[in-house]
Design a protein around this ligand. Structure first.
Ligand code: FE
Length: 435
C-alpha cells in the first residue's frame, strides 16, 4: 500500500452513523499514510501544492466490505435458485456447492477460477472481504496470494469439514487440523492485508474433536473465526440432533470460544435466533453478523432481524454469500437489505394492522452496514472520518441521470438502487489506487 499524500476532489458521501448520510458537495478528501487525514468543503492552505485528483461531478463513497462470500462458488452463480419443492437443507449443497468445491483440489482449475473472481471483484465497490475458500490448503493459499496481488484487504478461510461432506471432498479430523496448522504457519504473517481466518464450515461439517482442535489453533495463532449460524429451520433442527447437549445453535460455537469473546467472529445469516441465542449474541462484543439478504430469501424464504441486532449493539455487516445469492455488486446487496427489511416488517412486525408504524431499515442504515458496519471488523474502515483506512470508490452516475436536477442525496439513492460496475471509475484500498 502507498504512503503517498494526495487529494481527491468530488461530491463526498459517507455514513459516520447509521442515521443519516453526510454529504459534502465539491469537497476535498486527503489521503496521507494510507489513511484519511482530512475531509472538508475547502482545502486548507497546508495542502496547496499536493497532488490533486479532480473528480468534480462524480460521487466519492467509502469502499465496501463483503464479509461473507464463498470464493469457489462464483463459477455456478445464478444456478440452483429453484430446486425441487421436496428438497431439503442439503440438496443445494450436494447438487451445486460441494461438487464445485471438489474441483479446487486441482490447482490449475483454482488458478483460472480465482483469477476470474478477483478480476470481477476489482471492478466492484468492494475493498475488503471475508472469504470462505475450500478444504484445500494450496488452493486457499493461491486465493490469498491473488487477493494480495490485486490490493484487497481480506480475511480468508481454509475450510474445515471432517464430516457430512461428499466423496472427493473429505478430510479426516487429523488431516483437517494438520493442514490448518500448516496453512496458519505459512500465511499468518505472510501478507500485510490478507490474513487467515479459522473457518469451520458450520456445526454439521465439524466433529467435536475438530472444533476442539480449531479452538487450540485460534488461541495459539490469535486469528479470527467465521462460520454460519441459524440460517434455516431444518439446518437448526439438524444441529440440535448432532449436538443434543446445547440449548441453541450459537452455543455450539460459544463453547469453543468462537462466538466473538476471545477473537473476532463473523457469523453469517443469523436469521432465526431464539430469545436465548439473541441475548447471548448481544453479550459477545467481538461478534459480527454477516447479513446476506438475497441469500436468506432464496435459501430460507425469510429475512433476518437486522434492525433488532443493530439496536441491541451487535455489529452487522453485509455479505453477498456468493453463490447463495448471485451478485458481487454491493449496491444490489444494499438494495436487497432494504427489501428484506420490508419483508421482515411485513411478516413479523406489522401484525394485522395495515397502518402499523413502518420500522424497517432505512437507506442510510443499509449503506452504513455495507461500509462502516462491515468495515469495523478491520478497526477503522468504511468511513471518511480522520484516521480511517483510505478506501474510496469513485462513481460516475451520468448514465443514471434523468432530465431533472437531482440532489446528491437523490443521486446516492439512485446509485444504490441502479448502479453496477459500469458506474465505477476508480477505487482506492488503503491509499493505493487499484482501479
Ligand atoms: Fe455461506
Amino acid at each position: 500500500m502507498s504512503n503517498e499524500k494526495y487529494i481527491l476532489k468530488g461530491t463526498i458521501i459517507h455514513t459516520p452513523t447509521p442515521s443519516a448520510f453526510e454529504i459534502i458537495e465539491d469537497g476535498y478528501l486527503v489521503c496521507s499514510n494510507q489513511t484519511v487525514e482530512y475531509l472538508g468543503e475547502s482545502l486548507p492552505e497546508k495542502y496547496q501544492g499536493e497532488r490533486l485528483i479532480d473528480y468534480t461531478g462524480k460521487l466519492i463513497i467509502p469502499g465496501m466490505a463483503d464479509i461473507h462470500i464463498h470464493a469457489p462458488q462464483y463459477g455456478f452463480r445464478g444456478l440452483g435458485m429453484e430446486l425441487d419443492p421436496d428438497s431439503t437443507w442439503t440438496t443445494w449443497f450436494e447438487t451445486y456447492s460441494l461438487p464445485e468445491e471438489r474441483r479446487y483440489a486441482d490447482l490449475e482449475y483454482a488458478d483460472k477460477a480465482y483469477d476470474k473472481l478477483i478480476s470481477d471483484l476489482l471492478k466492484t465497490s468492494t475493498t475488503r472481504l471475508c472469504l470462505f475458500g475450500t478444504i484445500h490448503r494450496e488452493a486457499t493459499e493461491l486465493l490469498m496470494k491473488k487477493l494480495d496481488a490485486a490490493g484487497f484487504a481480506a480475511f480468508v478461510g481454509k475450510l474445515n469439514m471432517d464430516r457430512n461432506s461428499v466423496e472427493g471432498l473429505e478430510e479426516t479430523t487429523e488431516e483437517s487440523l494438520e493442514e490448518t496448522r500448516q496453512w496458519l504457519e505459512e500465511t499468518a504473517t505472510l501478507y500485510d492485508h490478507v490474513k487467515p481466518m479459522i473457518t469451520p464450515r458450520y456445526i454439521p461439517s465439524c466433529t467435536d474433536a475438530c472444533m476442539e482442535g480449531l479452538e487450540r489453533l485460534i488461541r495459539e495463532f490469535r486469528v479470527p473465526v467465521q462460520s454460519h449460524l441459524s440460517e434455516a429451520l431444518d439446518e437448526i433442527e439438524w444441529v440440535k440432533s448432532l449436538k443434543p447437549e446445547i440449548d441453541f445453535y450459537a452455543q455450539g460455537y460459544d463453547m469453543y470460544h468462537m462466538l466473538g469473546d476471545e477473537v473476532p467472529s463473523v457469523m453469517a445469516h443469523c436469521v432465526y435466533p431464539t430469545d436465548e441465542e439473541f441475548a447471548l449474541m448481544t453479550q459477545r462484543k467481538n461478534l459480527w453478523v454477516a447479513h446476506c439478504p438475497q441469500s436468506n430469501l432464496h435459501s430460507t424464504g425469510f429475512a433476518a432481524p437486522i434492525r433488532r441486532y443493530l439496536q441491541a449493539g451487535v455489529h452487522v455487516g453485509l455479505g453477498s454469500d456468493m453463490a447463495g445469492s448471485n451478485v458481487l455488486n454491493m449496491f444490489r446487496i444494499i438494495a436487497d437489505t432494504m427489501l428484506a427489511g420490508k419483508v421482515y416488517w411485513a411478516c413479523k412486525e406489522r401484525g394485522d394492522d395495515p397502518y402499523a408504524k413502518k420500522t424497517y431499515i432505512t437507506i442510510s442504515e443499509a449503506f452504513y452496514l455495507a461500509t462502516k458496519g462491515g468495515g469495523s471488523l478491520w478497526g477503522n474502515a468504511g468511513s471518511f472520518e480522520e484516521g480511517f483506512a483510505f478506501d474510496a470508490v469513485v462513481i460516475d452516475d451520468t448514465s443514471l441521470a434523468d432530465f431533472n436536477k437531482r440532489t446528491a442525496r437523490q443521486r446516492i439513492e439512485r446509485v444504490i438502487q441502479l448502479a453496477d460496475d459500469r458506474n465505477i471509475v476508480a477505487k482506492y484500498i488503503g491509499g493505493k489506487q487499484v482501479l
